[in-house]
Design a binder for this molecule. Sequence first.
Ligand SMILES: [Zn+2]
Length: 305
Amino acid sequence: MILSRTSFSLLAFAAVISCTAVPPQAAPSLALQPSANLPSPETANETGADVEKGRSDFWLAREPVQGSAIIARAPAGATAIFLNGKAIPLTPDGFFLIGFDRDAENSASLVASMADGRRIEQYVPVKPGNWQIQHVNANPLGGAKTTAEFQARRGPELARINAARAKQVVSDGWRQDFAWPLQGRISGRFGSQRIYNGTPGSYHSGLDIAMPTGTPFVAPADGVVVLAAKDAFTLEGHLLMIDHGMGLNSAFLHCSELLVEEGQAVRKGQVIGKVGATGRVSGPHLHWGMKWNAARVDPLALLHK
Ligand SMILES: [Zn+2]
């Protein structure tokens, strides 16, 4: 099968290379331009009908950045989509969701299998994130008193978290503009390198919003509750996980109270829990983490700007 988008792929690669030499704002975002602006000699010469139909390229709502999830639309007539070789669910109206981990490679491949047997491939540059360093004074064992207690409790907790992530729910929450779960001071950003009591730990995987214990927070988008830890976990404390569909989910950590049950459908704006200081914390705050499948993404990247 001949790649019909060879010329475009090369242009996108050129954009990737130039990104390293110029500030991100000045970098050309060829991958995000409507297809009409892109040279596509093969398409024009060999399949002129395609041009008339329009929409022969991928469309992305935002520029891909490490640690972000982005709504995208497939070329018209696509029957299957692959990100870096992995199949991605596609809605009947041609939309899908892709996400990039905090440490994602600086270029990603999108492939569409077309109803007429063609294969459209597009490379998109993934901009680097801007990560901070943050010092944290908190007990590394969180809610556990001894290492032995931590080890005994941690396995079953991780099993529950993994089981919750494995659940497949139907929700259109992923298509909504995400709302802030509550207003407050941002006390920790996604991606920052954490130093716990002087020892480097893993990077911070969510957004921290500092507010007093008992402050209610709401669902940022529609979804289904896949985990409500009424017994506090060692690190996460009372943990609430909401699946928004298409592999996208939110986790709310350190809550003082959870106001919803596992399996319950929640609506955007509905009060679902209260801020607390349970688990591994240095003070009361809401930690909001998001994942798209295995990739950790920044909630800030999904909030309407
Ligand atoms: Zn946090």
